[in-house]
Design a protein around this ligand. Structure first.
Ligand code: BEZ
Ligand code: FE
Length: 273
């Protein structure tokens, strides 16, 4: 069989697929995978190495570690799907990568509370507002925040820790404002002890994510916003291994004369269709 015939035969094998979207995705995947193999003239030994790599990615996954998300992130596929699915009018807060360290049962806090819950780092105050694109406050928005400590670890990465740290859920007040205490975000390397790390080392890529604070904001009638706030001046802003930095998401953690470090960031939600 000629190379083009192989591709055509595989695409034809999906012709009975009832779900048109599944059929389109499988056919396009095969087309581009075959084109990739031809482009690099993939050897059998190289493809075997590729299969070993993908096997190792799967074997590294646990209920606390998602190496496939990490792979998608470092290949820019996560940010490509964010870009494809989150086009918003100017003025709305931009989205970025979700990352592998969100948990869906974080503790609930009141405004003013300290979400660090013992995580190590320099204390800071975070405040801001949630508004819509008309500038109206969005009250009672659910605000999920999560971040690493100053050693670069999320609570879920610490084997001997069995309570949440540096993450929590709050709600915006009637005027759309929110505030909480936490620790100043610091740059950290993405997990390097798995096959994705081996790939980054082999390709001389930086593992360091610029300092950031994660947010997921949900409110009735609005699109869910998944984003980060990045720290202005961070040395790794241009080198993010997961390509998540957007200029509009960079903000200053300001050291006040009163000794308090404060981040102020306003979020603008897009109305749901
Ligand atoms: C994070 O920011 O938590 C993250 C995102 C992508 C890969 C690794 C970590
Ligand atoms: Fe992060």
């Amino acid at each position: 069989m000629k190379m083009n015939d192989i591709t055509a035969s595989v695409i034809e094998s999906f012709s009975q697929t009832e779900d048109p979207r599944l059929k389109a995705i499988m056919s396009s995947l095969v087309k581009h995978l075959h084109a990739f193999a031809q482009d690099v003239k993939l050897t059998e030994a190289e493809w075997f190495r590729g299969i070993e790599f993908l096997t190792a990615v799967g074997q590294k996954c646990t209920n606390k570690r998602q190496e496939f998300i990490l792979l998608s992130d470092v290949l820019g596929l996560s940010m490509m799907t964010v870009a494809l699915n989150n086009e918003r009018p100017d003025g709305c807060t931009e989205s970025t990568v979700f990352g592998p360290f969100y948990v869906d049962d974080a503790p609930h806090y009141e405004n003013g509370d300290d979400v660090s819950n013992g995580a190590s780092g320099q204390a800071c105050l975070v405040h801001g507002t949630v508004k819509n694109s008309d500038g109206q406050p969005v009250s009672n928005a659910t605000i999920d925040v999560w971040q690493a400590d100053d050693e670069g670890f999320y609570d879920v990465q610490k084997e001997n820790l069995n309570h949440a740290q540096a993450r929590g859920v709050l709600h915006s007040k009637v005027d759309g404002s929110f505030d909480f205490k936490s620790i100043v975000a610091e740059a950290y390397p993405i997990p390097m002890d798995g096959p994705v790390g081996t790939m980054l080392e082999a390709t001389l890529r930086s593992p360091w994510r610029p300092a950031h604070l994660h947010f997921m904001i949900k409110a009735d009638g609005y699109e869910t916003l998944i984003t980060h706030v990045f720290k202005k001046g961070d040395a790794y802003l241009q080198l993010d291994p997961v390509f998540g930095v957007k200029d509009s998401l960079i903000a200053d953690w300001v050291n006040g004369e009163d000794g308090l470090t404060t981040l102020n960031f306003d979020f603008v939600l897009n109305a749901a269709n």
